[in-house]
Design a protein around this ligand. Sequence first.
Ligand SMILES: Nc1ncnc2c1ncn2[C@@H]1O[C@H](COP(=O)(O)OP(=O)(O)OP(=O)(O)O)[C@@H](O)[C@H]1O
Ligand SMILES: [Mg+2]
Length: 456
Amino acid sequence: MESELAWNPFKRKTPAKSARAEAAQTAVVKPLIREAHRRGPEPGGLPRFNTTASDQMSGRGDRFSAVRAKLRHAFTPSQPVADRRLFAGRDDVLKTIIRSIEDQRLHVVLYGERGIGKTSLMHVLTQAATEARYIVVYTSCGANSNFDETFRAAAAEIPLLFHSGFSPTTAEAEKGSSLADLLPNEPLTPRKFGDLCARLTGTRVLIILDEFDRAESASFRRDIAEVIKNLSDRLGRVQLVLAGVAADLTELVEHIPSIRRNIFALRVPKMTEAEVLQIVANGEREADLKFDTQASAFVVEVARGSPYIANLICHHAGHAALDAGRSTVLPSDVASAVDRTILEFQGRIASPAQAHVRRLFEQGRQDALAMTSRAALAADGVFDASDIETTNHISARKAQDAIEVLANERLLKSMPGESEPRYAFVEEGLPTLIWMIWAQRNLNREAAVPRAATGS
Ligand SMILES: Nc1ncnc2c1ncn2[C@@H]1O[C@H](COP(=O)(O)OP(=O)(O)OP(=O)(O)O)[C@@H](O)[C@H]1O
Ligand SMILES: [Mg+2]
């Protein structure tokens, strides 16, 4: 415990200040701000952008400026992967999706936790289908998505020459008209859209509705179920791919239970170790950086199968190495990246919950916290005692104890409607934050070996 406290950067970097010291510091800072205003910014004094908006180097950077610029594209924690060279793993998932579209002519529902890689998969699927000459319409749903707007836009992407009523040489087809030109002025219905699609020939269309969970309208969901039914019954050449979170499939199927047969639902799993290592390797290649073996192992340990965390940690670790004047990333850089990541996560979680978690760490309850958060991360947030048991290789008794500790602290809520009691953390981001704090305290910064591993 003692070494943990010495190791904790929050303790080191933010010593407690007395109110008097703070007031004295404010008194010094204020005149400085006034002075700076009078003089204007000092040349070279303030942080500047290193690259211009057109991605050109500004010429003011250090010797690693070029590597820094490449690093931005190599690890993209805030964006889905659009570039195939940076897309790691997922061969099986992609193969399964393609087979269900191609061989079984099913509509696909892809679900999985936030940041697991659904949109990135949709981008790669789009590329693969476009190569096979499918017409692919990609739509990212929003809170206000409605059927009329979404499917009119989709119809506008389908050239009229594929409508069996128009030969490619008719004037309309030649002048680049689309199916949207055949739509009535009144609001588009699933039936009308299905009718139109039934007339398509000589092509296949994939309509991808990403971020489906963001659409709030119940009637939009009902219309989607309706259109899936309609397209399936009429052997249409149009297939839907929906990407969102798990609950939406249930809700979708509730409307028309029989569409279950027409849908292939797939949960995007956590990444394997090899897949996370591929993220690291892709980034190394792209940015001309090298992660030493221990540093890569550290990334794998911390990411726990999340491509988002892997990208975030690699991004920060790469910058930490460059800041230290190295183009080789060491375990200590990954440790700094964990510190940065914790700071970022803190901004996203309510402060009382954070303070509560930190207090439990200080009180030596880290085993219960770590084991439960591991199970939550492995099970998409909702878990039971047996998940804790298997993820941590511990006894059923110990797993139950861990649940009791955190339930008593009101950090867990029980999930309704299950025969076996199931739980989730009271805030979605808590398992990741807890896991990061555990890693920060327990993974050796120099060698990335668990120092006081709980149950792993
Ligand atoms: N196969 C992959 N290879 C490399 N990086 C990936 C891969 N899949 C996802 N990522 C990275 O993981 C992060 C999350 O990816 P993405 O946005 O695709 O997830 P998502 O499931 O669509 O998230 P959300 O639920 O928020 O919509 C991004 O930083 C992305 O770059
Ligand atoms: Mg997404």
